[in-house]
Design a protein around this ligand. Structure first.
Ligand SMILES: [Zn+2]
Length: 88
């Protein structure tokens, strides 16, 4: 209630990664201050790098994108919202 103006959507820190090789799923907690470049699957033992153009394995294989990406997409949404003038 007493916060200054801006309302941000909460950043999700848990992402469920699906192994691209064997399909095993695992929920991981993402670090907020670092990108994860290698995912090691506990089921098949494979190591996976992010897909091209993705900053980390959560963006490539996870259900939720990494915190920095969530923040940047949230601020992009803030810029929108000037719809509808009050003219008559
Ligand atoms: Zn696997």
């Amino acid at each position: 209630m007493g916060d200054s103006g801006q309302v941000r959507p909460p950043i999700v820190l848990q992402s469920t990664i699906t192994c691209p090789r064997c399909g095993a799923k695992k929920t991981e907690t993402m670090p907020t201050d670092a990108c994860v470049f290698v995912y090691e699957c506990g089921a098949c033992g494979g190591h996976f790098a992010p897909k091209r153009g993705h900053c980390c394995v959560f963006c490539s294989y996870g259900t939720v994108q990494c915190p920095p990406v969530q923040e940047s997409s949230a601020s992009r949404n803030e810029a929108v919202g000037g719809l509808g003038g009050a003219h008559d």
